[in-house]
Structure formats: C-alpha cells, structure tokens
Design a protein around this ligand. Structure first.
Ligand SMILES: NC(=O)c1ccc[n+]([C@@H]2O[C@H](COP(=O)([O-])OP(=O)(O)OC[C@H]3O[C@@H](n4cnc5c(N)ncnc54)[C@H](OP(=O)(O)O)[C@@H]3O)[C@@H](O)[C@H]2O)c1
Length: 349
C-alpha cells in the first residue's frame, strides 16, 4: 500500500512510500481509508513545532474516514464494511483528560490517515453518520470536535448569546455552525472579504476584516453596542485583545495560537499571552483550555450534526498524489474551512 511518510522534519522530507498492509492486533481495526483531512498541527509537526519527542518516521493526518476492512479477534464494536472515523486521542473515551489518555494521538503517537490502510484501536473510532460523504466525514474530526467541545460540552452555549469566531479555518467554521445550531449570534473575523461573505451566508450576523481593522477588538465592541461578546472561540492567542472585547463574565475558549507562531520560522512556538491581569479581573473573565474531545463528545456531536444535516465547510480537495500541494495550501491559508485529501479518488465533497 501507499503512505505519505514524514521521514525527518521539513516539508522536503515528506515521501510517498510503499509499505506492507498492516494487520490489526486483537483489539484493533484495519480501515481502508477513503479520505483524510489536514490540520494546522500537521504543519506544526513538519516544522518541529509540536511535540519535541515526536517519533519519526510518522504518517501525518489525524482526520480521516473509511471502511472497516479487517477486525481483531476481540473486536465487537464494529463489523466488516462499517464506515468509521478516528477520534484524536485514542485512549480518551470519556470523562476528563489525563496525560495517559492524551498520549495517544492519531498522526502523532499512531500513524495517521495519509495512507491507504490504517490500523487503530477499535475503541478509538466512531461510526460515521450515513448522510456524510467520506470526504465530509474526514473533514468532521479534530476541528469539529474541538469547536463542539469548546462551545457545547464545556461552553454550554445557549440561544441569544453572542459568539466571536476568529478566521475562517477548520475550527472556526465548525464553531460558526455549532453556535448557529444553538441559536447564538455569531461575529466572524477574516483576512479576506470573500471568506467573510461566505461566513455571512453560513449565518454570521457581523463580519470584520482583521487585516483592514487592525484593532478588531474595537470593531467587536462596536458590533455589540460596547457590551462585548459572551464567548470567544480563540484560535489566535491574542488574549489581550480577546479580553478587551468580552462582556463581563464572558468565556474565552483557548484553542489555538495562529497569531503566535510563524510556521515556517523554524523557531519554537511562542506562547506568550500578555493579557493585563487588571482587565482580566475587571471583566470577570473565565477561560477554558480546550484540547479536542473525548469519544463521548464526538458521538454526541455526530448525532447533533446528523439531526440537523450539518455539512462541513470544505475549502479544497486534493488527490492522494498531491499531498505536498495540499499542505502548501494549508500553510498559505488560501482555502476556507477544511482541506481534504481523497484517497479513494473521489474529488467532490
Ligand atoms: N486545542 C485544540 O484541541 C485544537 C484543535 C484544533 C486546532 N487547534 C489550533 O487552533 C488553531 C486553528 O486551527 P485550524 O485547524 O482551524 O486552522 P486552519 O484551518 O489552518 O485555519 C487557520 C485560519 O486562521 C486564520 N488566522 C490565521 N492567522 C490569524 C490571525 N493572526 N488572526 C486571526 N485569524 C487568523 C486564517 O483565517 P482567514 O484566512 O479567514 O483570515 C486561517 O485561514 C491552530 O493554532 C491549531 O493548532 C487546537
């Protein structure tokens, strides 16, 4: 079978290789992968900006979907032909995260989905809702579960609240759709007017171009009559500005750090958050760190998505031959929502 292997750090060390088709162990399932999707973390791993103890070579991509193709002797959760998608941390099934549960990432500790067959623990898989195509299911893994965990499982969003999403990447496009699903009003930012127009079509009430309005926090305050928003799905890491446009008692989900690192700089991530403690105090700010979600959250999310026919925003689909181009598109940030890779050959979502 074919697999894309990161052999050493650096994009030039991503190679398409022939590997033997892996056999599942007693508690594992082999998936014939139909589609994969990329995340910002794939670029961070390539640039050695993720886990200093990352083993190499590794097959990247935490997101994917396909059919069960072989089962280990102890597996009862699935049968041959079931459509499945992996959760991110394979050992985090329910409850709170622990370090032991956490150290089981697909596309990190386990080889990921940029290969024709993938073997994973049966417990680390979810059944894919029938209404989603393989590409859509692949697009609805890490980013979707992260947005769901932030807004719904931990954030308890409710109708009438105002939610700020930042940029139009994978996490933010799911956050927009999940916030709307719960009756919230969404304010969206982006560097690109065309993407903001699409965000409005998806239900964003107000949009702000953060390139043109460098002080987007003030624009957010203006859009809320000076009150501030109830919840910020923060993928940027500019905590100072987020705090400044939060209503008193509001919630910030700390998710990403797009504004903190230059992915091609080769340097270590800079996690310096400079929010003034006085402003944080005066606004009674609540923050919650989000690190994807346990399987039980993925399952509730898929049920909600199916009940409401939520389709992921897919910016671009690349063929399996074009994985380096797909990663380059992710690095440029040219697409909106998810970038997918078709392994079965289907190029339409
Ligand atoms: N904690 C977790 O569990 C978790 C899970 C998933 C992702 N993450 C993190 O969350 C972040 C976003 O992930 P993703 O997969 O959604 O990324 P993505 O799909 O690559 O989207 C990135 C988008 O962020 C926007 N952006 C970039 N720099 C920005 C800035 N300075 N200000 C505002 N927006 C900016 C851009 O939107 P426009 O093109 O519209 O400007 C860009 O397209 C990353 O840092 C990732 O590592 C964390």
């Amino acid at each position: 079978m074919l697999a894309w292997e990161l052999q050493q750090y650096g994009m030039q060390n991503l190679r398409r290789v022939e590997r033997p088709i892996p056999a599942p162990g007693a508690d594992e399932v082999r998936i014939r992968v139909a589609a994969a999707a990329l995340n910002a973390r794939d670029l961070q791993i390539i640039a050695n900006q993720y886990d200093p103890n990352q083993r190499l070579p590794i097959v990247l991509a935490s997101d994917g979907a396909g059919e069960v193709d072989a089962l280990g002797a102890n597996v009862t959760r699935f049968k041959f032909g079931d459509r499945v998608a992996p959760i991110f941390a394979q050992r985090w099934i329910a409850g709170d995260r622990s370090w032991q549960r956490w150290a089981s990432h697909v596309g990190g500790h386990y080889d990921g989905m940029l290969q024709e067959y993938c073997v994973l623990p049966a417990d680390g898989l979810c059944r894919v809702p029938a209404y989603l195509t393989d590409l859509e299911a692949a697009a609805s893994c890490v980013a979707a579960a992260t947005a769901w965990q932030a807004l719904v499982e931990q954030g308890r969003v409710f109708a009438g609240q105002t939610v700020l999403i930042q940029g139009t990447g994978g996490v933010s496009m799911f956050a927009l759709q999940f916030a709307k699903l719960h009756g919230a009003r969404v304010i969206a930012t982006s560097s690109c007017d065309e993407k903001l127009e699409r965000a409005r079509q998806l239900g964003a009430a107000d949009t702000i171009n953060y390139r043109r309005s460098q002080n987007w926090g003030e624009a957010v305050l203006k859009a809320t009559d000076g009150e501030g928003v109830d919840h910020i799905v923060d993928v940027v890491g500019d905590l100072e500005r987020s705090v400044a446009c939060l209503r008193p008692g509001g919630l910030i989900s700390l998710i990403g750090y797009m504004g903190q690192i230059a992915l091609d700089s080769g340097g270590a991530p800079n996690y310096e958050y400079r929010a003034s403690s006085l402003t944080t105090l005066l606004r009674n700010v609540r923050t919650q760190g989000i690190t994807t979600a346990p399987r039980e959250s993925y399952e509730r999310m898929f049920r909600a998505m199916a009940a409401n026919e939520v389709h992921p925003v897919i910016g671009e689909v690349f063929s399996f031959d074009d994985v380096p181009r797909a990663l380059e598109a992710l690095r440029r940030g040219s697409a909106m929502g998810k970038i997918c890779v078709s392994i079965s050959g289907k190029l339409m979502p």
